[in-house]
Design a protein around this ligand. Sequence first.
Ligand SMILES: [Zn+2]
Length: 308
Amino acid sequence: MQQPTPPLEDSSLVRARAALGEFELTVCTDGTYLLDGGAMFGVVPKTLWQKRIPADAENRIKLGLNSVVVRTGRQTVLIETGIGNKQSPKMQQIHQNQALLPASLAAAGVRPEEVDIVLNTHLHFDHCGWNTTLHSDGSVTPTFPNARYFAHAGEVAHGHLQLERDRVSYLSPNYDPLIDSGQMTLLDDAGILANPEICPGISVELFPGHTAHMMGVHLEPPRAVESRPSAGAAPHACYIGDLLPTAHHLDVTWVMGYDLDPLRCIEERKRFYARAIPEEWLVLFTHDHDTPMAQVMLNDKGKPVVKG
Ligand SMILES: [Zn+2]
């Protein structure tokens, strides 16, 4: 039930599809971009990480920008919105990103008007870029006019601080216009702990470390009444944001240079695996262009690896 199926139709634009109980999952993409390989693997020596993912002559590695469309039968939910079209020419030159999400959604048969909910795990530029669209006259409008957007208030506050460490990652046109218009709901820790549900079968959970308020998104379709408990693990997928950016980052200590609290990331990864592995969750990776979804298992050395 949770096994991913190979990419369909235009495989460059629709990265994967999967049925998860009553839910339909489609992995769309804003294309790829280039980041420094050293920054993506923190203190891990290049001699180790380059065996998993090759760097170019400038030490950059190619990463994906996966957004997941969830059709629940009642609602159409979009998790994450890529880099978008607000990059300066200089940043676009650095990242070599392609701004493909509108074309990807069209290829998957998803109209912007039908998206009911947009979720951002955090507000780094490469996770919420198409929340809004920049037009040639300089105006910015919501890309999904009928959607209710959700993000964490702590992310907005952190972005507004414009700290030296990470101010380049926070572009306020990706969220401020939506907050000003009332279209974005800001969550907080106490509210999430009291009621993590965004809509039936979709909830958020705090996984701090990459940022202080990063959220993962759980997808748990309600089970049909007739299904028996013995029918196997309940279908469960989790979009884990930058806790595990790619399938090459599964080792608990292979955290990123970008992570604000790497020790916390390591603990949160252990906490995640303690459920995701025995309960056979389908794990959705934000930045893995080639492996957008997979189950995780422990190998014979006890290390987490992609199953199958
Ligand atoms: Zn991030």
